[in-house]
Design a protein around this ligand. Structure first.
Ligand code: MRU
Length: 374
């Protein structure tokens, strides 16, 4: 995607061919800052501190973290330690484990002196694959937006609603939920996106609004609780969100608050789609509510908020009375029955074991329990 006319990915190899560079997402939308990562520890901190975030990008950064680790010390001990260190950074997005398994599976088979070169090569492939995958998701999701546009009179925009940031900043490029929106925008379709602010870290207000704005896509930031009201009044044609982990039967875990949007969409007959690459599917589990670990983050993210002061500085301020406790659940699970369909790089399918098995027959679960309706 373009930033001030310059094409960027969210992660890339530095000109020296071994360090890794990222966009520091904690500085957006008020400053565009890139950072150089030189060590495994720096890569792990970038994920843990959410300088990089979003399920596919977490995986890509972890892959490059393994490459940095092998550059420093390609021993089997360091390989195992680095895998564990990176895996411990964030618990919910399964792309992290997927990417680490890809890297470790390859590197364990090699002699130490071959590991660094192979690690950089595979990390670069993971990034390129993510770009191609997300672009394909965009192509498949485009058909849904085109269908919604056919129900509109000339010039009337399709109104979409999205939650958190599942745009190009959450991936290597294109995004998942936003890829169909970028494709539709490229085609010249009239669009308008309702952007949930996504408390407490405000990935919607800070990141989704920033990238849509840079790309010229009309959008409006709304508070997290506004979506239901807009749906009741016919102001949302289609919801598209991302996911951090999708189970083999199609339950989707995404940023906290996604479930409430899905309930509102269900109650109002608004289609609710979830966009995801294959690396977000956890084929080992079925019941998302029972089986997906939900990250709990620092309560300070709820108790305080950061913003730009009139003096042009970013400052944190307190929101709550001193002494109030806060809980900070970062994700929730939307049961498959509330999801109209899954938009993948292989096409759109029902959010069900059969739907996913149809697109990914190599993973077809033999005895996956379907969720009862109701
Ligand atoms: O905590 P974050 O910002 O990493 O959470 C990101 C999300 O919840 C996204 O919706 C998800 O990763 C989908 S990514 C394309």
């Amino acid at each position: 995607m373009l930033v001030d006319g310059v094409p960027y990915r969210t992660i890339w190899l530095a000109d020296d061919g071994w360090a890794v560079e990222i966009i520091d997402q904690t500085r957006l939308p008020h400053a565009f800052v890139t950072r150089r990562l030189e060590t495994l520890q720096a890569a792990a901190n970038a994920i843990g501190d959410m300088q990089v975030r979003g399920a596919p990008l977490i995986g890509a950064c972890a892959a490059y973290g393994m490459a940095l680790a092998m550059h420093a010390d390609p021993s089997a001990d360091n390989l195992a330690r680095s895998y564990d260190r990176l895996l411990a950074t964030r618990p919910t997005a399964v792309n992290l484990r997927w990417a680490l398994d890809e890297m470790a599976g390859l590197l364990r088979e090699l002699s130490p002196n071959a590991r660094a070169t192979a690690a950089y090569r595979r990390a670069a492939e993971i990034c390129d694959e993510d770009v191609a995958t997300c672009e394909a998701i965009g192509g498949h999701g485009l058909a849904l937006i085109e269908a919604a546009a056919r129900g509109k009179s000339a010039g009337e925009p399709v109104n979409l609603l999205t939650h958190c940031n599942a745009g190009w900043l959450a991936t290597v490029d294109w995004g998942t939920a936003l890829a169909p929106i970028y494709k539709a925008h490229e085609r010249g379709l009239a669009l308008h996106v309702w952007v949930d602010e996504t408390r407490p870290r405000n990935q919607g207000a800070a990141l989704t609004a920033w990238e849509l704005g840079r790309h010229g896509v009309p959008h409006t930031v709304i508070v997290d609780n506004a979506g239901g009201h807009l749906m009741q009044h016919g102001r949302v044609d289609l919801c598209i969100v991302g996911t951090d982990r999708t189970t083999a039967r199609g339950d989707v875990c995404n940023k906290i608050g996604t479930y409430l949007k899905a309930l509102a969409a269900h109650d109002n007959g608004v289609p609710f789609y979830v966009a995801l690459p294959h690396s977000t599917i956890d084929w080992t589990i079925h019941d998302g509510v029972a089986e997906i670990p939900i990250e709990q983050r620092d309560p300070a993210e709820v108790l305080e908020i950061a913003g730009l002061t009139p003096a042009g500085e970013v400052a944190r301020v307190a929101l709550t009375p001193a002494g109030s406790a806060a809980a900070n659940y970062a994700f929730d699970v939307t049961p498959a029955r509330l999801v109209s369909g899954l938009i993948t790089e292989r096409g759109v399918c029902a959010a069900s074991a059969d739907g996913l098995a149809g697109l990914y027959p190599e993973h077809a679960p033999e005895h996956a329990p379907e969720q009862a309706d109701g």
